[in-house]
Design a binder for this molecule. Structure first.
Ligand code: NAD
Length: 314
């Protein structure tokens, strides 16, 4: 069997740091090259190959792929939902151009697989909000969501036209303690744990009863690797898979924290992110991922809260 050599682009972000560590455990440290436009995250610095690479630079990417004999790319570099709304054209350019370049390089260099994440942001106000199906009305309202849905269709196109094995997940909001969130609408669900431990209070930028689909990073990383390791014939959707674990509101996460920190207080000051959240599903139907390649989540809200607080306390 051919040894895989993996390139991760955008490895310094919330997902990239943990995915890099998990893939290195699987393929060996030397076989997973982490790259980003930023200097290495402290958890990656000095711990394996790390390259400064702009995902917008097709020539530099191609050169690296050839030089290192890369067989798989995980493209994580992107502008996220809240950041994207501040500069829509830039978000479109970064999110689309980096994807199309990677897809072309993957076809040209005959890579075995590409991973590119999508998001629940592909859904909009016209989508059913509860148990949002895999196949449903898709009319995203943010530039981020538009770029994700266009990207999903491009991935499917490259699969159908050139047989490129590109796989994708529509992540819900991701919660982690090792790396910081990068400008999404669900970032409150990470900040709240830090503030609960530091100040015993938190002001949420989403209102008390805003339900959103969420997932603990451990589940997201395991799910990503399971999808990528699944035999190709099990991958029946070549747009991104819905993936779900839990759904909660700011009021409910606060109650979960209060079980550990009874003095914790939450207040609410919704900002522009409220409107983004109001356009997204409240819960997700991921039965296709469960049936096709055996997805299962392990963390619910209370289990996640216990784990987050345990690790952040240090
Ligand atoms: N975190 C979530 O809740 C979530 C949810 C749904 C989808 N996603 C998707 O997962 C992927 C990774 O998200 P994340 O949360 O880790 O984001 P993040 O913002 O934390 O990390 C993105 C990384 O990409 C890097 N980057 C940005 N522009 C770059 C460029 N031109 N070249 C190279 N690197 C560049 C940034 O420096 C950063 O380290 C994105 O595609 C995002 O849309 C994330």
């Amino acid at each position: 069997m051919k040894q895989e050599k993996v390139l991760i682009m955008g490895a310094g972000g919330q997902i990239g740091v943990e995915l890099t560590m998990a893939l290195r455990a699987l393929y060996g440290e030397a076989n997973v090259i982490a790259s980003d436009i930023r200097e290495a995250h402290p958890l990656l610095a000095g711990k394996g190959p790390y390259v400064l690479l702009n995902a917008m630079d097709a020539n530099a990417t191609l050169e690296l792929v050839k030089k290192e004999g890369i067989t798989q790319i995980y493209l994580l570099a992107a502008l996220l939902s809240a950041t994207g709304e501040k500069d829509p054209k830039r978000a479109w350019d970064i999110n689309m151009q980096s994807l199309l370049q990677v897809l072309d390089i993957a076809v040209q260099e005959k890579l075995t697989k590409v991973y590119w994440p999508s998001s629940i942001a592909v859904f909009g106000t016209t989508t059913p909000k509860q148990d949002t199906p895999q196949k449903t009305i898709v009319e995203p309202r943010t530039v981020y969501g538009i770029s994700k849905y266009a990207g999903e269709l491009w991935c499917q196109y490259y699969y159908q036209r050139w047989g490129l094995d590109v796989r994708s997940i529509r992540y819900p909001g991701l919660i982690s303690w090792k790396s910081e969130p990068g400008g999404g609408t669900t970032d409150y669900a990470v900040e709240i744990y830090h503030e609960a431990l530091k100040h015993s209070k938190y002001t949420s930028f989403l209102s008390a009863d805003t339900y959103l689909p969420m997932m603990y990073m451990d589940d997201a990383i395991r799910g990503t690797i399971e999808l990528m390791e699944a035999p190709a014939e099990k991958i029946k959707s070549r747009v991104a898979y819905n993936l779900s674990a839990m759904s909660f509101s700011p009021k409910e996460i606060a109650a979960s924290i209060q079980q550990h920190i009874p003095s914790f207080e939450i207040s609410y000051a919704p900002d522009f992110r409220q409107q983004i959240a109001d356009g997204w599903p409240q819960s997700i139907d991921d039965s296709a991922a469960r049936a096709d390649w055996g997805w299962q989540h392990h963390f619910d809200l209370d289990k996640m809260t216990a784990d987050m607080l345990h690790h952040l306390k240090g």
